[in-house]
Design a binder for this molecule. Structure first.
Ligand SMILES: Cc1cc2nc3c(=O)[nH]c(=O)nc-3n(C[C@H](O)[C@H](O)[C@H](O)COP(=O)(O)O)c2cc1C
Length: 147
């Protein structure tokens, strides 16, 4: 399998992540991997294209968005994977942990074997809310199918 990782980095973290990815892939048999910046123009012919960017000021790096916008049509690949880096992950992770422990915790305690799914809705329904209507229907149907 041929893998191409296209990435950009300002301060080196994305470059480090890519280096680790390349090390891991090189240990797998049958994988050929190249990593490069978004400025290259060689034609693409890969099984897997991996796109990586840090987030700065709420956006991926311009070089990477431009790479995707400008070059996507001339690339040949079977599959695409995308990764990003950013401190927002810590905020979401700590929120997720808090929700799991303090919000769901008292309600799921003691159901460890029986519990099939938990889900949090945004709530605050003041007028017709199609999004939460669909979300609630989807969720209860998924739960019903699991049982
Ligand atoms: C000036 C500045 C702005 C940033 N803005 C965001 C942001 O809006 N959202 C986010 O999740 N991370 C943000 N980050 C965190 C970076 O995405 C993170 O440090 C990343 O590892 C940088 O990757 P790099 O070292 O490859 O450039 C910001 C970092 C800096 C220094």
């Amino acid at each position: 399998m041929r893998v191409c990782i296209v990435f950009d980095s300002k301060r080196g973290a994305t470059r480090q992540i890519v280096q680790w990815m390349v090390e891991a892939l090189e240990e797998m048999e049958g994988i050929e991997v190249v990593a490069r910046g978004p400025e290259g123009t060689e034609p693409f012919d890969y099984d897997l294209l991996v796109i990586g960017s840090p987030i700065y000021f709420e956006r991926p790096m311009k070089s990477m968005s431009e790479f995707v916008a400008a070059q996507a049509s001339s690339m040949h690949y079977q599959r695409v994977a995308v990764f990003i880096l950013g401190w927002a992950k810590c905020l979401y992770q700590s929120a997720e942990k808090h929700i799991e422990k303090s919000y769901f915790g008292p309600l799921v305690k003691g159901f460890s074997n029986e519990l099939v799914s938990t889900h949090m809705f945004r709530g605050w329904i003041r007028k017709k809310d199609r999004e939460q209507e669909n979300e609630s229907k989807d969720w209860i149907l998924r739960v019903a199918r699991m049982v």
